[in-house]
Design a protein around this ligand. Structure first.
Ligand SMILES: *[C@@H]1O[C@H](CO)[C@@H](O)[C@H](O)[C@H]1NC(C)=O
Ligand SMILES: *[C@@H]1O[C@H](CO)[C@@H](O)[C@H](O)[C@H]1NC(C)=O
Ligand SMILES: *[C@@H]1O[C@H](CO)[C@@H](O)[C@H](O)[C@H]1NC(C)=O
Length: 288
């Protein structure tokens, strides 16, 4: 076996053994951040670029999966990727936002508020580059319905299913499988085509409701609790008709895809609103 082939086999083997992920896949995060970038004010865009690490090449989207690579280095950050709850199809901050040790605020909603506050406060002790990369990631995560799923099944991670013919789990279906299948079937495996289709919808089909996505009446915090509550409700629907060992195919795909695309759009718009508010003091979108 040639060295390259050997390395490839090794990488595939390592990837197959990676622990259950708890995040939109790379694509979901990249698309959310690309959409956000297109709505940043000039001021916010410059401030964001100044904070990015060199390896990002000036592109926020390149850093939007960074947080997933830090889950083992920063063990405390692992529960910050989600906000599972006891059920009831809703997210209640005081009941649900804690880690397994019961420490309050240690969930994705608390984290979004934490890193927004840190970036707004120039005397914050936290590294602003890390705060930005965490924030951009978590605003994506809170929009993934099964990041606000049931505690019992770890947001669908323990529900083993077949996605068409391949083994997967319900959480992963929502993180990556729906997006990958859509890319292959509809977007010629080209992420920029998929991003363009979602962006076009924001200005056309969704232009009326889009204004509501932006609305946040909280003066002191972000509206991440509202986004988690939306996800919890959508998450409830995502569980419907799915059991251990279910095979999910076209029916499930065609009902999940519009939800996934809209959540990516909402995540992008809201990340832009948050960043514009932090860096240019005005939580409105830059119209292109
Ligand atoms: C807030 O951010 C700091 C620095 O990254 C981290 O240590 C802390 O756990 C975070 N808390 C929450 C609720 O996100
Ligand atoms: C969460 O959503 C439910 C409906 O799904 C609603 O009754 C409840 O008021 C919402 N809670 C918050 C904090 O928005
Ligand atoms: C665009 O919006 C329509 C109407 O909500 C929806 O059916 C369709 O799936 C959306 N397409 C994309 C690419 O988001």
């Amino acid at each position: 076996m040639g060295l390259l082939l050997f390395l490839h086999v090794l990488l595939v083997a390592v990837a197959a053994r990676a622990p259950a992920a708890h995040a939109w896949g790379k694509e979901g995060h990249y698309m959310t951040c690309k959409i956000a970038e297109s709505f940043l004010t000039k001021e916010a865009s410059t401030a964001v670029k100044d904070l990015l690490p060199g390896w990002a090449g000036g592109d926020l989207a390149e850093t939007c999966s960074w947080a997933d690579t830090q889950r083992f280095r920063y063990r405390w950050s692992s529960p910050l990727h989600f906000a599972d709850s006891e059920g009831g199809c809703k997210f209640v901050y005081s009941r649900d936002c804690h880690n397994t040790k019961g420490e309050k605020d240690m969930c994705v909603v608390g984290a979004i508020n934490n890193y927004t506050a840190a970036l707004e406060d120039s005397s914050s002790p936290f590294d602003p580059t890390e705060s930005l990369m965490f924030l951009a990631h978590f605003v994506g995560d809170v929009h993934q319905p099964l990041h606000c799923g049931n505690t019992d099944d770890l947001g669908g991670n323990t529900i083993i299913v077949h996605w068409y013919r391949r083994k997967s789990n319900l959480h992963k279906v929502w993180d990556v499988n729906v997006i990958e299948t859509a890319m292959k079937d509809f977007y010629n495996n080209d992420m920029s085509t998929m991003i363009k289709a979602i962006q076009l919808n924001i200005t056309e089909d969704w232009s009326n409701e889009e204004k509501q996505w932006e609305t946040c009446s909280s003066r002191t915090k972000t509206c991440a609790d509202k986004y988690a509550n939306e996800s919890a409700k959508l998450g409830c629907t995502a569980y419907e008709g799915v059991e251990q060992g279910s095979t999910l195919g076209d029916d499930y795909f065609f009902s999940a895809l519009p939800v996934v695309e809209k959540r990516i759009a909402q995540g992008g718009v809201r990340l832009a609103v948050i960043l514009n508010k932090i860096f240019s003091g005005n939580g409105r979108l830059q119209s292109s």
